[in-house]
Design a protein around this ligand. Structure first.
Ligand code: URQ
Ligand code: ZN
Ligand code: ZN
Length: 479
């Protein structure tokens, strides 16, 4: 059944127009000032609303095995919740255990994701190194459409990538035309600070931010930027949470570095006072890494988004319910790290970005969809209202209001970090491949309808790179 979206204002990252949009056979067939309806065409009245590219959340962890448990949100419920909030694609993570074969881990995650209700792709984490990792990275890029490799600089004795692993992986990524991404916190500092805090008897959630102060992120952000610069590979910093890291990103970008930054909706809105809450459950529910930060960092992050230093917004959607968080009742280092957000990201960004004048609607589209599509090389198939693009569309009602709550959200978690927030600006309809999946409060997500999206390598970007580490040009001094 074709779908005709009539009377709306189409907004892309580069501009807007009053236009009708016809979707059929999974793609956007035509965009024109007026398109006539006809037989077998379902019409949506988008009068007074905006017709936007479906949101892309470049950072989620559906059903992640982590810290001795498994995230409660799976690929079906998580992508369905995303559709309710206007997000039509996620980029999740394959995270091999150290010494686990990358291809085995990749196949595991692919099997988990088959139940998805919306499109998905994966960043693959490099958590260890040997020649099989080198080979598997090649297979993943050349045969599986992976073009981004993740490095956790935190989580020592678990999935932390040492400098040696990062060096080998970054060199390989450069060879393959892939981008590297990083969770930038110094894992050794976190490990040592955690031990010191526990030794002082600080066992509650208030210890979590104390073990990961802003400078722990700043150090790692600078290190990973310098690593990438020496090796000559583009780098994307996930969940940038501090002015410390943002300043390093800005400096590198000013020097021509190909450095990208992502910010979470939560880090834009929530500060570290949550960890002082006397309700253990409330404080523990906010334990994620990097932690929510002291007041002041949030404004710096908004400024980074407005200036373009930070290009994308995400959620790091990684759900652990109270009984899972309770594992850390007597030791905050055992609280599974993670919070939710995939359903609320876009409404939070609209309410506190567009309605406050921080972002234009075009900038909102860039930050919630288009920039992620461009950085991860799937634009304009994704992230654009353009003829021939996938029919991933969110019809945005700028006046629709709701109050965010765990009582009403579709996310499979017993807590919401935005609990009680009134958001103005919400989807009236979400379409995935031209099929209406969310219709004025009715979620019509279909298990298994989501498609795995291959993302090609970036050779064009690499051809332009000055390969500073290319030693073939260096000649020995003849003494
Ligand atoms: O660090 C991450 O991004 C994963 C393990 C989710 N947990 C979190 O606290 N951010
Ligand atoms: Zn992370
Ligand atoms: Zn994450």
């Amino acid at each position: 059944m074709a779908v005709l979206i009539k009377g709306g204002t189409v907004v892309n990252a580069d501009g807007r127009q009053r236009a009708d949009v016809l979707c059929d056979e999974g793609i956007i067939k035509s965009i024109a000032p007026s398109i006539d309806t006809g037989a077998n065409i379902e019409v949506i009245d988008a009068g007074g609303q905006f017709v936007l590219p479906g949101g892309i959340d470049p950072h989620t962890h559906m059903q992640l095995p982590f810290m001795g448990t498994v995230a409660t949100e799976d690929f079906y419920t998580g992508t369905a919740a995303g559709l309710a909030g206007g997000t039509t694609m996620i980029i999740d993570f394959v995270i091999p255990d150290p010494n686990q074969n990358l291809m085995d881990a990749y196949r595991q995650w692919r099997s988990w994701a088959e139940k998805s209700a919306a499109d998905y792709s994966f960043h693959v984490a490099v958590t260890w190194w040997d020649e099989t990792v080198h080979a598997d990275m090649g297979t993943l890029v050349r045969e599986e459409g992976i073009n981004s490799f993740k490095h956790f600089m935190a989580y020592k004795n678990a999935i932390m990538a040492t400098d040696e692993i990062m060096y080998n992986s970054f060199r390989r990524a450069l060879e393959l035309g892939a981008i590297v991404t990083a969770h930038a916190e110094n894992g050794e500092l976190v490990f040592q600070l955690q031990k010191e805090l526990l030794a002082k008897g600080i066992t509650g959630p208030e210890g979590h931010p104390l073990s990961r102060p802003p400078s722990v992120e700043g150090e790692a952000a600078n290190r990973v930027i310098q690593f990438a610069d020496v090796i000559g590979v583009p780098v994307y910093l996930v969940h940038v949470s501090t002015k410390d890291a943002l300043d390093h990103i800005k400096r590198a970008q000013a020097n021509g570095g190909r450095v990208f930054g992502e910010v979470l909706a939560g880090h834009l809105m929530i500060d570290d006072s949550v960890y002082q809450n006397l309700d253990w459950k409330f404080a523990a529910a906010h334990v994620m890494s990097p932690p929510f930060r002291p007041k002041g960092h949030q404004d710096a992050l908004w400024q980074g988004l407005q200036s373009g230093a930070l290009q994308t917004t995400a959620t790091d959607h990684c759900c652990f319910c109270y009984e899972q968080k309770a594992a850390g009742k007597d030791d905050f280092t055992l609280i599974p790290n993670g919070t939710a957000g995939v359903e609320d990201r876009m409404a939070v960004l609209w309410t506190h970005g567009v309605r406050t004048g921080r972002l234009t609607i075009e900038e909102f589209v860039a930050a919630t969809s288009t920039n992620a599509a461009k950085i991860f090389n799937i634009h304009p198939r994704k992230g654009a209202i353009r003829e021939g693009a996938d029919g991933d569309i969110v019809i945005w009602d700028p006046e629709a209001t709701r109050t965010i709550s765990k009582k009403t959200h579709h996310q499979n978690i017993d807590f919401n970090i935005f609990e009680g927030m009134e958001v103005t600006g919400n989807p009236s309809h979400t379409l995935s491949h031209g099929v209406i999946c969310y219709d004025k409060g009715e979620l019509r997500a279909q298990k298994g309808k989501g498609q795995y999206i291959k993302r090609p390598a970036f050779h064009s970007m690499f051809e332009a790179l000055d390969r500073k580490a290319d030693l073939t040009k260096v000649q020995p001094v003849k003494r």
